[in-house]
Every structure is written in structure tokens, then in C-alpha cells.
Design a protein around this ligand. Structure first.
Ligand code: NAP
Length: 256
């Protein structure tokens, strides 16, 4: 259960983070927990999500953890019912669950196209729609989608990935118009390269050179989950209540 009356409003605002077991989602969870939010981690990787939850609890956080496939609406609904029972209604959603792929456009199969769109875009739709009734009831909420700079700048060999993330940006803007009058802000973070297990896989596959990325980034480094997590925590604060429908670049100046 959440911790009762407190001077910190975050303590009563349960934050659900999809993809919360790893990388950017885990960074968001750490920063939201540090701000005082009870956090619920939803992730496809059941072992990793429980390990991440244990680590956060060791740091004093209030955490609920669930194995969920964001493509499977029933698994999200079941997890959120448990979250409501354990922590209370959902006030914040960060959608970080996602997958990437790289292939020349002519080699992208219909199955790969469908898979990227389904996990990255439809999964985001399900995750938000399952949680938003709690925010409407409270007339307060924060939704942050994790899109990708590749949807702003374009990216070679990433047509399916960039298209899925462009859809996330458009979904975010549409929801901001619809939900902001009801007290819910909706923003998207389209990161540049962030050093996470996903990025490390691309390094192993030879499709990403982190040194080259750092050299071409104005701040001269790749990003970290903390860079994105800190922005998430700010966007979830009361101080960010006038920020909605925005595409907040966390990219070291790579895309201006
Ligand atoms: P990550 O370290 O791989 O974390 C993503 C997490 O989401 C993993 O734990 C993954 O589980 C989980 N996941 C994948 N499919 C899922 C599903 N269907 N249902 C529930 N959970 C699922 O990747 P990341 O780098 O943190 O990426 C997080 C988000 O940021 C993604 O949407 C990604 O597209 C976006 N992004 C990343 C970068 C970057 O450079 N890292 C840049 C721009 C945007 P499994 O490990 O079991 O697959």
C-alpha cells in the first residue's frame, strides 16, 4: 500500500512503467521512485522485472512487479488490477517497452513490419488505454511515451522502427489534445542513442558504433537511462503541469 498522508504528493501517485526491467524504463523507475512515487514495473522479462524490483526495494522504494506482454491487453489489465490492489489507482504511465530492428527497406518482411508496429505502437496504445480511467477519475495524470529521435530525423535501415515511433509521437499529440482538459498531461521523449542493453545489442551486431555517436553528439557522449529518467521525473511533477503535447528531445543536441 502507498504510505498514507505525506507532504510529498508523489507518494500518492502510483507510476506504472512498461519495459521497467531494463534500460530507459528502469532509469525512469529509479527517478520516479527517488521522487517519492510508488512504482509498478511491467515487463516481458519476468526474471528481470522481479530482480529490478528487488533492487529498487533495497533502495527504499515501494514497488510492484509484473510479467506483462504489452501486446496482450488481458495481461496488462490483469497486472493493473493487481497494481491497484497493492498500491492504489494509477496516476502516471511511462511507456518504455519496445523493440528495435535494423534492415534495408527492401529486406523488411511484412512480419517484421507488423511486429515492430504491434509492440511499439499498439503496445503503447494498450498500456495507456488500460490505465487512463484512473487518471480521468482523479482528474490528474501524467503520460510519457518513449518514442525515438529516428522518427524526427529519419534513420537508414530503420523504416519499420522509425514508422512505429512516428506513430507514438502522433498518438501522444492526439492524446494531449483530448486529455489535457481533463487534468492529464501527455508528452513524448524521443531519445537519441542511450546506452542500454538494447543499444549494446546493436553494438554487438555491428550496427552501432558508440564512439562515433559520442563524437557526433554536441555534448560529446551517448545518453544514459538517468538522462531520460530525470526528464520523466520532471514531467511527472506538479511544476510540469503546463507542458503537454510536447516532443522533449533528450539527445545531447543531436537533433535540434
Ligand atoms: P531495453 O534495455 O531492451 O529495455 C526494453 C524493455 O522492454 C526490455 O526489458 C524488454 O524485455 C521489454 N519489452 C520488450 N517487448 C516487450 C513487450 N512486448 N511487453 C513488455 N515488455 C517488453 O531497451 P531500451 O533501450 O531501454 O529501450 C526502451 C525504449 O526506448 C524502447 O521503446 C526503445 O525503442 C526506445 N529507445 C531506445 C533508444 C536507445 O538508444 N536505447 C533510443 C531511442 C528510443 P526483453 O528484454 O525481454 O525484450
Amino acid at each position: 500500500m502507498s504510505s498514507g498522508r505525506t507532504d510529498n504528493p508523489a507518494a500518492e501517485r502510483v507510476a506504472v512503467i512498461t519495459g521497467g526491467a531494463s534500460g530507459i524504463g528502469l532509469g525512469a523507475a529509479r527517478h520516479l521512485a527517488a521522487a517519492g512515487h510508488p512504482v509498478a514495473l511491467l515487463d516481458l522479462d519476468g526474471d528481470a522485472v522481479h530482480r529490478a524490483a528487488a533492487d529498487l526495494r533495497d533502495d527504499g522504494a515501494t514497488v510492484s512487479a509484473h510479467e506483462v506482454d504489452v501486446v496482450d491487453r488481458a495481461s496488462i489489465d490483469t497486472a493493473l488490477d493487481k497494481v491497484r490492489g497493492e498500491l492504489g489507482p494509477v496516476s502516471v504511465v511511462v511507456t518504455s517497452a519496445g523493440i528495435e530492428a535494423s534492415a534495408p527497406f527492401v529486406d523488411i518482411t511484412a512480419e517484421d513490419w507488423e511486429r515492430l508496429l504491434t509492440v511499439n505502437l499498439t503496445g503503447t496504445f494498450h498500456s495507456i488505454q488500460a490505465a487512463v480511467p484512473d487518471m480521468l477519475e482523479a482528474a490528474w495524470g501524467r503520460i510519457i511515451t518513449i518514442s525515438s529521435m529516428s522518427a524526427q530525423s529519419g534513420a537508414p535501415d530503420r523504416a519499420h522502427y522509425a514508422a512505429s515511433k512516428g506513430g507514438v509521437i502522433a498518438l501522444t499529440k492526439a492524446l494531449a489534445f483530448e486529455l489535457s482538459p481533463k487534468g492529464i498531461t501527455v508528452n513524448t521523449i524521443p531519445p537519441s542513442i542511450i546506452v542500454t542493453p538494447m543499444a549494446e545489442n546493436s553494438v554487438k551486431e555491428g550496427t552501432l558504433d558508440l564512439g562515433a555517436v559520442a563524437g557526433m553528439t554536441p555534448v560529446r557522449r551517448a545518453g544514459t537511462p538517468d538522462d531520460v529518467g530525470a526528464t520523466c521525473a520532471f514531467l511527472c511533477s506538479d511544476g510540469a503541469g503546463f507542458i503537454t503535447g510536447q516532443t522533449i528531445g533528450v539527445n545531447g543536441g543531436w537533433y535540434l
